[in-house]
Design a protein around this ligand. Structure first.
Ligand SMILES: CC(C)(COP(=O)(O)OP(=O)(O)OC[C@H]1O[C@@H](n2cnc3c(N)ncnc32)[C@H](O)[C@@H]1OP(=O)(O)O)[C@@H](O)C(=O)NCCC(=O)NCCS
Length: 309
């Protein structure tokens, strides 16, 4: 979809000034429906709405509604007012839609744009998840005593699956909705990971009992790739699912596990690591910041989609 050049140039300049770690702002999506608005001074702003539908067996249901309408805003340097009038126009556009209960309105936006946050909150959107990066320069706290970290093996499958499901169960309370078929949705990726010679699955043991788990992946952000819209170019270690058994949380297992994960990613040439966490998660929101991560993009969401104000 074509966006007016002066508006897009202002959009790009605004992103660059908000956060120096953001990659160059991506052009407007090719597919979608356009929503237009103007500020009181007559400055035009625009957005593209894309719809994504997920079936009951689709993995994105682990973190997403089944029926998603995502807005890609282009507000140049109009700040709170520009985002506000655009969200108002989107609300009016939504009046013609009839989304069901398992639906959402989503805007993924640079975390540090404080002016936009005012508008998101005023329209009923909440910070559902954030992409956070850790790119060097962080000093780890010392490891906990008596914790051994190793890669998972094929015969750990049942444990690994139960741990991954328990992360989902916890997040189901504090952020995205709980899915009763989480085990079926999570199992294939864990099986594929365990089939590798050196799976990117780590287990922390204390007293010879498995106590914490982390799942990782390699992601490359290269020119023109989808990843390059979110992350600076480079080879990134992606941290996908981390959990400590409920009774053992707060005793240094997560910290000790992640110090091995970070060291091993760095030793294999990662430019940095990144992950998604939920700002409303009272455990992970604190834990990841102390681990040296900071938010780059925040996914502002309202569930169901009809609740957009
Ligand atoms: C996030 C999580 C993996 C951290 O693992 P952990 O083993 O508790 O981590 P640590 O003990 O190393 O650090 C937890 C921090 O919380 C504090 N804490 C204290 N009591 C705690 C308790 N009862 N429960 C949790 N954390 C506690 C610790 O003091 C520690 O802070 P510190 O840096 O001052 O040491 C764990 O809380 C968890 O499993 N949460 C539920 C699933 C989840 O949210 N996963 C992350 C998805 S992004």
């Amino acid at each position: 979809m074509e966006i007016e050049k002066t508006l897009f140039d202002a959009h790009r300049a605004r992103f660059a000034s908000i956060d120096g770690f953001l990659p160059e702002a991506a052009p407007a999506p090719v597919v979608g429906e356009r929503v237009d608005a103007a500020t009181a001074a007559g400055v035009q702003v625009t957005g593209v709405v894309q719809r994504q539908l997920h079936g009951p067996d689709d993995v994105p249901l682990l973190w997403s509604a089944a029926d998603v309408r995502q807005l890609f805003p282009f507000i140049g340097n109009t700040g709170t007012e520009g985002m506000d009038v655009l969200l108002r126009a989107w609300r009016a556009w939504m009046d013609a839609e009839s989304p069901g209960e398992d639906s959402s309105c989503v805007v993924n936006w640079p975390s540090r744009d404080a002016e936009a946050i005012r508008a998101f909150l005023d329209h009923g959107l909440v910070p559902m998840s954030a992409l956070a990066v850790r790119a060097g320069g962080h000093r780890d706290a010392p490891d906990a005593e008596g914790v051994a970290v190793r890669r998972a093996r094929r015969d750990d499958f049942d444990t690994v699956l139960a741990m991954a499901v328990s992360t989902h169960d916890y997040i189901g309370q504090v952020a995205t909705r709980h899915r009763p078929n989480a085990a079926e949705l999570l199992a294939p990726a864990l099986e594929r990971a365990l089939d590798k010679d050196l799976p990117l699955l780590w287990l922390a043991e204390r007293d010879a009992r498995i106590a914490a788990f982390a799942h990782g992946a390699w992601i490359t952000s290269s020119p023109g790739s989808a990843e390059a819209e979110l992350l600076p170019h480079g080879r990134w270690g992606y941290v996908n699912n981390v959990v400590t058994l409920p009774g053992l949380r707060g005793s240094g297992l997560g910290r000790t596990l992640m110090s091995v994960v970070h060291k091993e990613f760095a030793a294999d040439g990662a430019d940095g690591t990144y992950l998604y966490y939920n700002p409303t998660n009272p455990l992970s929101s604190v834990f990841w910041h102390r681990q040296g991560y900071r938010p780059l993009w925040t996914s502002w969401e309202v569930h169901p989609a009809s609740a957009l104000r």
